[in-house]
Design a protein around this ligand. Structure first.
Ligand code: T3D
Length: 268
């Protein structure tokens, strides 16, 4: 297998990024974070991409920051320019801003920043044997990669506080019961299910999904009035896409729609 720390693959209209340091449970050292940043930038620039799948090689999704890397050296006086400013924060912002769905296939343990990167994805599927660990308190750090924002919104503050203060592993099945992830599936089905999901999302009306993603994110902070205005504006934008015209036409003709994902102004 390729020993590059990040593997990328295009399948039809979706892309796959695999964290690939299996002997370290895909913990992120700086070369890997640089490669991940480049891979995400490529996906962002790829106008044919309509969904992204993140997963890990081997028995882990990611164990978060590599604690042997100089980036994690204790005693730094300022974190500016460290993992957060350079890597994790831009990564989380980009994942949330990508104009198509991002799926995490959590194949094994997701710890520290690895857990919170998974939770920043739009749809999280996990192998039943996988666990999610807010490992930070175990080593004297605070949760990062957006976890303090994302986790309480997914599971509520009481559960988020205990998970983050205790650092106990949460099994994928419980994560599903708590609404933290979409589904826990049998280990051997994980990748087939993840690919089927991505193929389905990549054939969906991409512009409408992008507008939905943006509206759902805005809803965390908006008032109802602001959200109603946003829905009106977003619906106006969706209404002008070729996929809406196709969706209505297909409904009338009693056939499955063929969505292209094009923008209203796209002539390509
Ligand atoms: O300064 C900053 O910017 C800091 C930023 C921090 C962001 C963060 O993500 S902080 C959180 C960092 N992650 C952790 O604290 C998790 C550490 N890992 C673990 O607690 C355990 O490895 C797991 C619970 C994830 C899995 O346990 P287990 O028993 O299944 O596997 P293992 O034997 O512990 O790990 C396998 C190997 O991976 C092992 O190496 P070895 O002994 O075979 O040579 C282990 O040392 C290595 N490994 C696992 N996690 C990391 C790691 N090496 C470096 N960094 C890691 N995070």
């Amino acid at each position: 297998m390729d020993d590059a720390p990040i593997l990328t693959e295009a399948r039809g209209a979706y892309r796959i990024i695999t964290f690939n340091r299996p002997d370290r449970l895909n913990a992120f050292n700086e070369p890997m974070l640089k490669a991940l940043r480049a891979a995400i930038a490529d996906v962002e620039a790829d106008s044919a991409c309509r969904a992204l799948l993140l997963t890990g090689a081997g028995r882990g999704f990611s164990a978060g920051q590599d604690l042997n890397d100089p980036l994690a050296r204790p005693g730094q006086t300022s974190m500016q320019g460290g993992s957060q400013d350079e890597y994790f924060n831009p990564l989380i912002r980009t994942l949330r801003a990508l104009p198509f769905p991002v799926v995490a296939a959590v194949n094994g343990v997701a710890a520290g920043a690895g857990a919170n990167i998974a939770l920043a994805c739009d749809i999280v599927l996990a192998a039943r044997s996988a666990t999610f660990i807010q490992a930070f308190a175990k080593i004297g750090l605070i949760p990062d990669a957006g976890g303090t924002w994302t986790l309480p919104r997914l599971v509520g503050p009481a559960r988020a506080r205990a998970l983050m203060m205790l650092g106990d592993p949460l099994p994928a099945g419980t994560a599903e019961e708590w609404g933290m992830i979409w589904k826990a599936v049998d280990d051997e089905k994980l990748m087939d299910d993840a690919h089927a999901l991505c193929a389905r999302l990549a054939a969906a009306p991409t512009q409408a999904l992008a507008l939905t993603k943006r509206a759902l994110d805005a809803a965390w902070v908006n008032s109802l009035n602001a959200q109603l205005d946003l829905e009106r504006d977003s619906q106006g934008a969706a209404n002008r896409t070729p996929d809406y015209a196709e969706g209505v036409r297909a409904f009338m003709e009693k056939r499955a729609p063929i969505f292209t994902g094009r923008k209203a102004t796209d002539n390509t």
